[in-house]
Design a protein around this ligand. Structure first.
Ligand SMILES: Nc1ncnc2c1ncn2[C@@H]1O[C@H](COP(=O)(O)OP(=O)(O)O)[C@@H](O)[C@H]1O
Ligand SMILES: [Mg+2]
Length: 205
């Protein structure tokens, strides 16, 4: 909805996102994990959160299935509903960034345009697209939720990678080969990336 004629005036907070984040010794940012179902988005996002939490960071994971129980419970899996799902997640992540959090989102987010629109909500350097790269064969072999089997039997319509598209990121900020490397190595690589991009500060040794 266009809100230009609603006479809304933002109230500027004196406590800014940077002051909020500084309490925890980092910058706030969004790590946007994308990839096929079973690629490892949730596993990696939660493992990275665990590691960040242990170093005293302020974190939150927005995870696909959980959000679809509440904020997005009215949405299904048509491309239109998926876009609206991603729009709401983007806006929610923005609030978390404003709250000084490192927010990790774990959604298939299959369309480039939806991910690009999410990116546009943020300042440069606040949004990092992390591609959890695992082939459809590997994801289907894992089939941890049994969804691929159901999709092959035609019991799930519009299943990403089988009957609904997944558009690989063209220039993601980071690629993690979750189909090949260990979870520990993947976590290490994300943390190294966050240091490189000045989200985290090196721990004093
Ligand atoms: N490097 C890795 N990163 C994340 N998950 C991995 C990795 N290697 C193997 N896995 C396994 O892949 C599966 C990914 O499942 P899940 O995280 O639920 O995927 P998604 O959230 O993308 O649908 C888990 O069983 C996890 O243990
Ligand atoms: Mg998941």
């Amino acid at each position: 909805m266009n809100t230009t004629n609603l006479h809304l005036v933002r109230h500027a907070a004196t406590v800014t996102r940077h002051r909020r984040a500084a309490l925890f010794g980092h910058r706030s940012a969004v790590l946007w994990f994308t990839g096929l179902s079973g690629a490892g988005k949730s596993t990696l996002a939660h493992a990275v959160e665990e590691s960040l939490h242990q170093r005293g960071s302020h974190t939150y994971v927005l995870d696909g299935d959980n959000v679809r129980h509440g904020l997005c419970s009215d949405l299904r899996f048509s491309l239109e509903d998926r876009s609206e799902n991603i729009r709401r997640i983007g806006e929610t992540a923005k609030l978390f960034v404003d709250a000084g959090c490192i927010v990790l989102t774990a959604f298939i987010s299959p369309l480039r345009i939806d991910r690009e629109q999410a990116r546009r909500l943020f300042e440069v350097g606040d949004f990092f697209e992390i591609y959890c790269r695992a082939s459809i064969e590997i994801c289907e072999q894992r089939d941890i939720k049994g969804l691929y089997q159901k999709a092959r039997r035609g019991e799930i319509k519009e299943f990403t990678g089988i009957s609904s598209p997944y558009e690989e990121p063209i220039q993601p900020d980071l690629i993690i080969d979750t189909g090949a490397e260990s979870l520990e190595d993947s976590v290490e690589r994300v943390l190294a990336f966050l240091l490189l991009r000045d989200v985290l500060k090196p721990s004093p040794s």
